[in-house]
Design a protein around this ligand. Structure first.
Ligand code: SAJ
Length: 418
């Protein structure tokens, strides 16, 4: 049997989060019959009702359409399918190592359904060797199958790391180039055939380990470059220099392109993935580890600055503008701004933190539990605040009437109001 000719009509996507759900939706839109699997009953119910359990521009319209057409459904149990896409979390365990237990659980769910000839794609970001590990877990449960291609009992394993930017997922999922790394060249080809159904970008084939490392490398590259900008911002502060002007000027050089400093690096990718390289090769990844530490130190620097400026007020009121991990999204996971708001509330004593976050309706639990934290609207917060702390460059903050900021202490971590 040639894998290239194998029909890949039915696709099972395991893990219906920020990546799995859009992937399932675009596959269904491309004509595949897609069955999504998730461990959360609420997620399954929402999807079957055509609803998206999080904010992502353009996703709900596509999802509602494919669910109504019967091309996409969700359930708790892993079904039989021609292809599987594993898109589950890889959190930390121990000293910044990747916890592969969700991948292992997905693999154990897939194993009993296999008949031979199926493609199993790992999309989750994972350390080098994770695709091989996923294959081993499946082959351990089903030793009658093999990773060797072109046999009646062949299985095909591949890694296709996602590279979409939250907020632009529906565009980037279709347009970005994809790296596809097979455990065998045949598996990579089969994966390419499946992804060509929805992806207009170039599909670049390699082996699984290189694909795993490529994904980590992209995010580590970005992290190192943001760390450079964040370190510059701390140096410039001490030197009494405006870091935004400094970067703007330096970037006029034809071969210099410095990124933007901020309150720290958030999200579940750039602040996480470099550690997977460090934990795989601790001795040799000194720069990558240092960049992580520089970026992780930035929230503390911001907090110290606010506390210093707050000393002159008896019961300081701080308006914290934005607690999402970046502009114009509602995602609060791994958000430095959210942690800054929380730590400030703890350290301010009699002070108050007015959180302004236009993309949420209720405060996350740890902030809601504090008596000196309120979710406020922008105008109210600007009026009441002694100190205005700009943490996220959400669009509504760009348009703030500068008149309202007069006589306030301004700490602008994003250079929005220069
Ligand atoms: N940030 C800065 N300064 C900058 C750029 C970003 O401080 O100049 C901060 C942001 O405020 C945010 C964090 O970095 O806190 C990450 O934001 P981001 O928009 O750069 O990236 P993510 O985490 O939303 O998505 C990244 C993307 N990777 C790259 O750009 C190399 C995306 O393409 C990946 O698919 C995604 O990680 C992922 O899932 O790995």
């Amino acid at each position: 049997m040639s894998p290239i000719n194998a029909p890949l009509d039915t696709v099972c996507v395991i893990g219906l989060g920020y990546i799995g759900l859009p992937t399932a939706a675009v596959l269904a839109q491309a004509g595949k019959t897609v069955i999504g699997v998730d461990i959360k009953q609420d997620t399954v119910d929402a999807i079957n009702a055509g609803q998206v359990p999080f904010v992502e521009e353009g996703l709900e319209a596509v999802l509602a359409g494919v669910v109504a057409q019967g091309k996409l459904s969700a359930q708790l149990e892993t079904p039989a399918a021609d292809a599987y896409i594993v898109s589950v979390p890889t959190p930390f365990k121990g000293d910044h190592e990747a916890d592969l237990s969700y991948i292992e659980a997905a693999a154990r769910g897939i194993a009993p359904q296999l008949k031979g000839g199926e493609l199993v794609v790992l999309e989750s970001t994972a350390p080098p060797g994770a695709t091989e590990h996923m294959a081993e877990v499946i082959l351990e449960v089903r030793p009658e199958f093999t990773n060797e291609p072109n046999l009646a009992n062949s299985l095909y394993f591949s890694h296709a790391p996602e590279r979409v930017l939250p907020g632009r997922i529906m565009i980037e999922m279709v347009e970005n180039d994809r790296i596809i790394g097979g455990l065998t060249p045949e598996a990579a080809e089969m994966n390419k055939e499946l992804y060509a159904s929805f992806c207009n970008g170039e599909l670049l084939l390699t082996d699984a380990r290189t694909a795993e490392m490529a994904k980590l490398t992209e995010n580590a590259f970005r992290d190192v470059n943001i760390a450079f900008a964040n370190e510059l911002s701390m140096i410039a502060d001490k030197q009494g220099i405006d870091v935004w002007e400094l970067i703007e000027l330096a970037n006029h050089h034809p071969r210099v392109n410095i990124l933007q400093p901020g309150p720290g690096v958030g999200g579940h990718c750039i602040a996480v993935d470099p550690w997977f390289i460090v934990s795989a090769e601790r001795e040799t990844s000194k720069l990558i580890a240092t960049a992580r530490k520089v970026n992780d130190s930035k929230p503390g620097v911001v907090i110290d600055k606010v506390l210093e400026r707050a000393e002159k007020f008896k019961a300081p009121v701080v308006a914290a503008l934005g607690i999402a991990f970046k502009a114009n999204i509602d995602d609060l996971r791994e958000s430095p701004s959210r942690n800054i708001a929380n730590d400030l509330a703890e350290k301010l004593g009699d002070g108050t933190v007015l959180v302004v976050e236009p993309n949420i309706e209720t405060l996350p639990r740890e902030l809601a539990a504090r008596t000196n934290v309120e979710l406020a609207d922008l105008d109210d917060a600007l009026e009441r605040a002694d100190i205005v702390l700009l943490l996220v460059d959400h669009d509504p903050f760009r348009e703030v009437d500068r008149e309202k900021l007069q006589e306030k202490v301004i700490i602008d971590t994003k250079g929005l109001w220069r």
